[in-house]
Each structure stands twice: as C-alpha cells, then as structure tokens.
Design a protein around this ligand. Structure first.
Ligand code: IPD
Length: 271
C-alpha cells in the first residue's frame, strides 16, 4: 500500500472531520480541563479523534496512533518504526471554545519515525495545508514557499503563550518575548501551533518557536514547512527531537540560528 493511498484516505477523513468542526464551532460545547485550567478539551476533540482513528483502522488495521486525546486520557506516547498517525483533532481548542476562527485538525503519518504526510486543515477559514515527503507543500492545492528571509531585524515571528501556567515556563515565555520584540519586525500569535508553523510555510511569517507543545501539535506542520523550503531544529540549535516538546522553524537556516541565539532555553518533561 503506497503513500498516495494513505494520503487519499487521510484527506477524506480530515475533510469529514473539518465539516464536523465547522458545524460545531458556533454551538455550545461541553468543555473540560486537562493539565490545568487553560488546557482544554471538548467532546468535539474526542469525536474527531475517534472518527479519524476508526476510519484509518478500517482501511489499515495495522497502523498505530499517537492522538492528543487518547494520550491525555492515559495512553503513553509510543513512537516505533511502524506506520503511525499523529493526530491533533482540534489544534487551537481554546480558540474553538471561544469561536475564534483559527482552529484546525492536524494529522501526520510517520513511517520509521520519518514524517511522510502532513495535513493541517482549518475548516472555518477554508485553509488546507498539505505535504508529502519530497513532493512540496501546498495551500488549497497551490504550491507554497517560505519567504526566504535571512535577517532577524526584518522577521515576523509567530509565538505562543502555550497551555501551561507553570511559573518557570511563563517566566521564560515572557523573557523571550521581551528579548526579541525590539530585534524583529513583529510578533504574532494564532493560538494554534500547527497554524503558526503553516504561516511560516506560506511565507506570511518568517519564524516560529515554542516550548511545551507536543508531537501532535507540530508533526504535520513540520513536514509542510520543510517541504515549503523552511528549516526546523531544536530551539537550542541541534537536530529536532520529535518527543522533546521543543520546536523552532524558520524560512532560512540563517534566521533559525539568529532566533535560537536569542532564546532563553526551557526543557519541559518529554512526550
Ligand atoms: C495547543 C495550541 C497552542 C499551543 C499549545 C498547544 P491544543 O494545542 O496549539 O497554540 O501553544 O502548545 O498544546 O491543546 O489546542 O490542541
């Protein structure tokens, strides 16, 4: 069974999930807290994760999953060489709860721990970002490229507060914001890690970094931004570690290094 077949099945399930998210965003939701009172989940997150996993299992019964909601209800993150779908059913759950329209489903397929497929779909604003390894990145079917910006003083940087209110983590976020703001063109935050990364892929922003996000927040976006010509790495400068909960991407290696050199580092508990 080839990558194109996996992609077609996944895209169809993502579209179905998107239709559900679009229909539910403006209706009342059953909201619960996870790790803290700003880390939210709704019955819609759980519904979408199940819809996607059931659909994949029906077609490819031996495929494995790392899903945000099954993990938060106790399942351990286990990344093996087997074909593994990494799913964030609603990335930007806080936005979804508030009806702020930057929210998406994010799915990636890893085989031998290499990201082969990435799909990020915001059904509210009809933004579909897709990539297959080695075949480029696309936005609503049109090929996209990063800006190529190399100079931090001209960069638009996507940042996030994250969903932890741990005082040490908050201090690092504030310090990095303060250190960077006078050295760049501007900062933006969408409230969805996957969409932040896709803005770099699109060339609308130039860099993004975050500590404390999970593999399901960035795996799909990571392939999309690299297929658009961007680079990703650990925020301290080494190779990206998919389970480290640390992420940096940029439109060029030069810019990624400049962003990295300004950052106070933070090492969350691993996935
Ligand atoms: C969160 C969002 C948020 C980011 C967090 C993520 P969720 O994902 O992407 O923007 O700052 O790190 O956990 O909880 O909405 O799926």
């Amino acid at each position: 069974m080839g990558i194109q077949n996996y992609y077609d099945v996944a895209l169809n399930l993502v579209k179905q999930s998107g239709a559900y998210i679009r229909e539910r965003i403006n209706s009342p939701k059953d909201v619960s807290m996870k790790s803290c009172d700003v880390d939210l989940v709704t019955e819609c997150d759980e519904h979408v994760e199940k819809l996607f996993m059931d659909g994949i299992t029906k077609e490819f019964p031996d495929h494995k999953f790392i899903g945000e909601e099954t993990t938060s209800s106790g399942k351990k993150v286990e990344l093996t060489d087997a074909p593994t779908w990494v799913i964030d059913p609603i990335d930007g759950t806080m936005n979804f709860v508030h009806t702020f329209p930057h929210t998406c489903i994010s799915v990636a397929l890893l085989i031998n721990k290499v990201i082969e497929i990435g799909i990020v779909y915001n059904p509210v604003l009809e933004q579909l970002f897709t990539a297959k390894k080695g075949e480029g990145a696309f936005f609503n079917g049109k090929r996209i490229k990063v800006s190529g910006e190399k100079d931090i003083s001209k960069a638009l940087v996507m940042i996030e507060m994250g969903t932890s209110r741990d005082p040490e983590k908050m201090e690092v976020v504030l310090e990095n914001t303060k250190n960077m703001i006078s050295k760049i063109h501007g900062m933006r935050t969408l409230g969805s890690a996957a969409l932040n990364i896709c803005m770099v892929a699109l060339g609308g922003a130039d860099a993004n970094f975050e500590y404390g996000l999970h593999i399901w927040d960035f795996a799909a976006g990571d392939l999309i931004v690299r297929e658009a010509g961007g680079v990703s790495m650990d925020p301290a400068g080494g190779p990206l570690d998919l389970l480290s909960r640390r992420y940096l991407c940029a439109s060029s290696k030069e810019l990624a290094d400049q962003v990295s050199s300004l950052l106070v580092q933070y090492y969350p508990e691993r996935d």
